[in-house]
Design a protein around this ligand. Structure first.
Ligand code: SAM
Length: 477
């Protein structure tokens, strides 16, 4: 790992600690994450693998740029919001080269990504039907670059020279730094009691890998994906930090065997399970679905599933409420105006406009409830409104028919079928096409799995009815 030698030497010279007796860095196959960490001997649970001084993390708190720029000016330039400030810090540090405190670290970071934000328009069509394309944020990033970064560069020529601008402060570099943050940053909260001074208030959000404060025994339960989502909403932008060495760990669905914990002065990567010599040391990225893994990290998880196929058990598919409303209005003849009035009420009451279906293959009760609401008779609609409560849905034949049509329509949003995707994956495919096909297929399997469960419900009901009909006949004899 010659390319990491300079970096790890720098890390150790700056008071970072790596337990080289127990772990080393290596290059795994691309499917296993490429560069990553490996156990050199059996590692017991609770073992500290490496320690990072907080001062070695790179954030808007630790870079000198916000001070050099002027903290008031930093805020007025809106660099304290979003990722713009951290991206500018990373560009500035990289422009300083080896004169930067983080020079060898920045030089070790990847300069190309397989994430869809860098895909051609042609490749992006392969993700049609998935929600990845709508979440890329390319235009938002471009707007932030033009409206925040460019004026900031122009306002401080003494910090950002014209020659450096062409190489280090371009839109391409902005996207690159954004992708580095998205795929490698940690959420490093201040230590309780740390000053809440002005420079601590600069920056934005990421939320990728978790940092936990050790429980008294030095262990903590891994944060769940739901925790991650909740925390994301409350995240302090200046907590977003690049954490050298910790960001060399790969992750795979439910394989986590090490996790980052924080202390007052240092962050510690600690094994959360025994790890056998030769095994990969895995962190967690929150056991995300493949759509999110691809969008944020540029890879997908493919694990053996109980049905003998391969996929990501954490996959999900998003179902927009407008498909449900369209099917109900068509099937039950509800007018457009009526449907719109009820949708507005539903949203005002805090109902969802997108339903997330997962590998449990269950219809979320709120989805059925929403379908029922759109199809209510005027009297029942009045009652529901009066009570301030959406109706409870019963899985009767009409509801099953509606839901089946909803799922069929959602499936039609993908340009290819499940069978075609499965076939395509048996052959050779370029990387982006392979990744897109895996994402599409995972989503379609959820939709078709729920569809066939609904068929079962209908069949079971019919069988039951037939059986009770026959019983009735027998008893009349
Ligand atoms: C936090 S970094 C981990 C270190 C990274 N392998 C490196 O070489 O710097 C995250 C990146 O590692 C890769 N990666 C992590 N886990 C992976 C996995 N299970 N399969 C494939 N690639 C993975 C992806 O490229 C991802 O963007």
């Amino acid at each position: 790992m010659a390319d990491l030698d300079d970096f790890t030497a720098w890390f150790e010279q700056n008071n970072g600690f790596i337990d080289k007796e127990y772990m080393g860095f290596t290059v795994f196959s691309p499917e296993e994450g490429g560069r990553g960490a490996v156990a050199l001997k059996d590692i017991p649970e609770g073992h500290t693998l490496f320690t990072i001084p907080r001062t070695l993390t790179l954030s808007t708190r630790t870079s000198e740029l916000p001070h050099a720029f002027g903290l008031e000016a930093w805020k007025s330039a809106n660099l304290h919001q979003g990722w713009a400030g951290l991206i500018l810090c990373m560009m500035w540090e990289e422009a300083k080269g080896q004169a930067s405190k983080w020079g060898p670290y920045l030089a070790s970071l990847p300069s190309r990504f397989d994430t869809p934000v860098f895909w051609s328009d042609e490749d992006l069509t392969l993700l049609e039907g998935t929600t990845v394309v709508g979440k890329l944020g390319r235009e938002d990033a471009e707007r932030t670059y033009n409206e925040i970064i460019v004026p900031a560069l122009q306002s401080h020529p003494e910090l950002f020279s014209a020659e450096a601008a062409e190489k280090y402060y371009t839109l391409t570099q902005y996207h690159l730094m954004g992708s580095r943050i998205l795929s490698r940053s940690f959420d490093v909260e201040r230590w309780e009691g740390e000053g809440d001074d002005e420079e601590n208030e600069a920056a934005n959000t990421s939320r990728d890998m978790d940092v936990d404060e050790p429980e008294p025994q030095g262990e903590a339960a891994p944060a769940s994906a739901e925790d991650a989502v909740e925390e994301e909403e409350e995240e302090d932008p200046s907590d977003v930090a690049m954490v050298p060495v910790a960001d060399l760990l790969n992750a795979r669905f439910e394989c986590e065997n090490a996790k980052l914990f924080y202390e007052e002065k240092v962050l510690k990567m600690i094994s959360t399970k025994p790890i056998k010599a030769g095994e990969q040391i895995w962190n967690t990225y929150g056991d995300l679905p493949n759509s999110e893994l691809l969008r944020r990290y540029g890879h997908v998880d493919l694990l053996p599933l109980p049905n003998g196929k391969k996929g990501n058990p954490g996959d999900v598919v998003e179902l927009p409420a407008n498909i449900v409303a369209a099917v109900v209005t068509e099937k039950l003849g509800t007018s457009q105006a009526t449907a719109e009035e009820r949708i507005d009420w539903w949203l005002e009451e805090g109902g969802d406009d997108v339903y997330v279906l997962d590998n449990d293959l269950e219809i979320p009760p709120t989805l059925a409830s929403f379908a029922k609401l759109i199809g209510l008779s005027p009297e029942d609609w009045k009652k529901a409104k009066g009570k301030g409560k959406p109706p409870k849905a019963i899985m009767d034949q009409s509801m099953v028919e509606i839901l089946r049509e909803v799922l069929r329509r959602r499936l039609q949003q993908y340009p290819t079928s499940e069978v075609e995707d499965e076939k395509a994956l048996e052959g050779e495919l370029p990387l982006n096409a392979r990744h897109a096909t895996v994402v599409r297929l995972g989503e379609k399997r959820i939709l078709s799995g729920i569809l066939s469960n609904l068929k079962d419900v209908t069949k079971r009901k019919r069988d039951e009815e037939e059986r009770s009909g026959q019983k009735g006949k027998k008893s009349r004899k």
